[in-house]
Design a protein around this ligand. Structure first.
Ligand code: NAD
Length: 485
């Protein structure tokens, strides 16, 4: 069955072993832009479907794994080309499904998905094993495809994030079962149309739709699965770690963030203020966002003045309108969660400087909000809100900035504004974060390691790190005098 989503026919079923599987059991998908609009009734995966999909991935594994790396790379490149050709439909469907800004999807986010496939095609082809001599032996590191891989993804930027995780698995020679988030499952369904059009062998790349605690939990508990690659919340990360532990299945987890945004007195305050205001983009539903503004007390007032001006430039509205800069939250439950954070903050003595309320009753927009916490231990400082909510605190010197920055259980990203290279170097070494950006943000080189510390994640993906994760490594040692033949 296909639903008409903004004029695009989106399959509502799973995609297993090269075929669509419809289901009588479904869940509703609604648009955050207009909650009364139902977009689709998507298949609600069961244990049977999960088992079938892993079985298909298992059956397809040995022939996919034994294809030459160049042949696998050509499938990935074909898929990249098809994504580029279908950017418009994918961007529109994802915009309606999760309300990310349409222009940003079309120009940046969906094209990045194509880049993910191209980048891993190239990296896999370029791989040359480490070779060295030691103690009279010739040594080599051999990479073997690991096996069927389950990829579980969240609802923010679901198409791009899913491809970021599936591309290295496929390039490494693993087969994949993807389970996207139930709050935004539609764009990944379009991806399967393209997988079909690219003539991937059946079973190599499968999609199962459904609820995390049902079909997701079944997938990650399957002993036939040899890798789990997860992006989502720390809470779900824990459940997946427990399931993975049962079968000793290696997993990576890219989890939540509570990044510091540090502004030193020698930083470019205009640039910092503009960038800080951009932390509200996508309604703050960005794991990498720097949501804790930490500002040198010497420039706090002048920074906040500029920041307020930059925030006031935000335009709340329909994500399809090019003038809009601030989209609604994904779901009424998520809006209620964000509201809960603010209500508790106020009850505990934190001060809302601006925002702190819905834009319009009955809709899912929340105003950009800034909170001055009563203490660094406040919940609003220590827990990820994942909405358009920032906090602001001041610091006296660099040591205090580092202490505040490193004071939460998360460690995904950190952003620093300073004009001093030596301070930048010191901060990069002192901050506890998977990525530190100085005077920039979201510059993503796909070969760089990506991941988090503490509650922000386990393991690293990106570049060779992801290819290693998706492989079983063999250290091959042969006595140098061994004759060939
Ligand atoms: P979530 O953890 O609720 O869900 C993520 C996925 O896990 C969904 O597909 C869900 O169906 C599935 N799931 C839920 N329970 C499961 C279970 N028991 N077993 C298997 N799968 C299960 O996260 P979310 O609300 O979709 O996404 C928001 C979170 O994701 C935020 O914390 C955000 O910071 C994080 N995130 C992190 C990154 C990163 O790169 N570090 C990127 C994007 C989002």
């Amino acid at each position: 069955m296909r639903a008409d989503v903004g004029g695009v026919a989106v399959a509502e079923g799973h995609f297993v072993n090269g075929e669509r599987l419809d289901s009588t059991s479904t869940f509703e998908v609604r648009s955050p832009l207009e909650w009364s609009t139902k977009l689709a009734d998507v298949a609600r995966g069961t244990s049977e479907v999960a088992d079938l999909a892993v079985g298909a991935a298992r059956d397809a594994f040995s022939s996919w794994a034994s294809l030459g790396v160049g042949e696998r790379a050509s499938y990935l490149r074909r898929l990249a080309e098809l994504i580029e050709r279908h950017v418009e439909e994918i961007a529109l469907v994802e915009c309606l499904d999760m309300a990310m800004l349409h222009d940003s999807l079309r120009e940046r986010v969906i094209p990045r998905a194509a880049r993910n496939f191209r980048a891993y095609a190239e990296l896999a082809e370029r791989y040359s094993p480490r070779v060295w001599n030691s103690q009279g032996t010739h040594n080599e590191v051999l990479r073997h495809p690991a096996g069927p891989t389950v990829v579980i993804t969240p609802w923010n930027a679901p198409f791009m994030l899913s491809t970021w995780k599936c591309a290295p698995a496929l390039a490494a020679g693993n087969t994949v079962v993807l389970k996207p988030a139930e709050w935004a499952p539609l764009s990944c369904s379009l991806l399967m149309d393209l997988v079909d059009e690219a003539h991937f062998p059946p079973g190599v790349f499968n999609l199962v739709q459904g609820l995390g605690e049902e079909v997701g939990a079944r997938l990650v508990a399957d002993p036939r699965v040899r890798r789990i690659s997860f992006t989502g919340s720390p809470e779900t990360g824990r459940s997946i770690a427990l399931a993975a532990a049962q079968n000793l299945t290696p997993f990576t987890a890219e989890l939540g963030g509570k990044g510091p945004f540090i502004v030193f007195e020698d930083g470019d305050l205009d640039a910092a203020a503009d960038r800080a205001a951009a932390m509200y983009d996508d309604a703050g539903q960005v794991c990498l966002a720097g949501t804790r503004l930490l500002v040198s007390e010497q420039v706090l007032d002048s920074f906040l003045e500029r920041f307020r001006v930059a925030v006031d430039r935000h335009v709340l509205g329909d994500s399809r309108d090019p003038a809009t800069t601030l989209s609604p939250l994904i779901h009424p439950e998520h809006l209620a969660r964000v509201e809960g954070f603010i209500a508790r903050a106020v009850a505990h003595g934190d001060r809302v400087i601006f925002g702190g309320r819905r834009w319009r009753e009955g809709q899912l927009w929340y105003e950009p909000t800034l909170v001055a916490p009563h203490s660094n231990d406040a919940e609003i400082v220590q827990r990820e809100v994942f909405g358009p909510v920032l906090t602001v605190q001041s610091f006296g010197d660099e040591a205090e900035a580092v202490d505040l920055a490193n004071s939460t259980p998360y460690g995904l990203s950190a952003i620093v504004y300073t004009s001093s290279q030596s301070r930048a170097d010191r901060m990069a070494r002192a901050l506890r974060a998977g990525t530190v950006w100085v005077n920039c943000f979201l510059v993503r080189d796909l070969t760089a390691p990506f991941g988090g510390i503490g509650l922000s994640g386990v393991g690293r993906e990106g570049g060779e790190y992801a290819l290693d994760f998706h492989s079983d490594l063999t250290t091959y040692q042969v006595r140098e005098a061994t004759t060939r033949g």
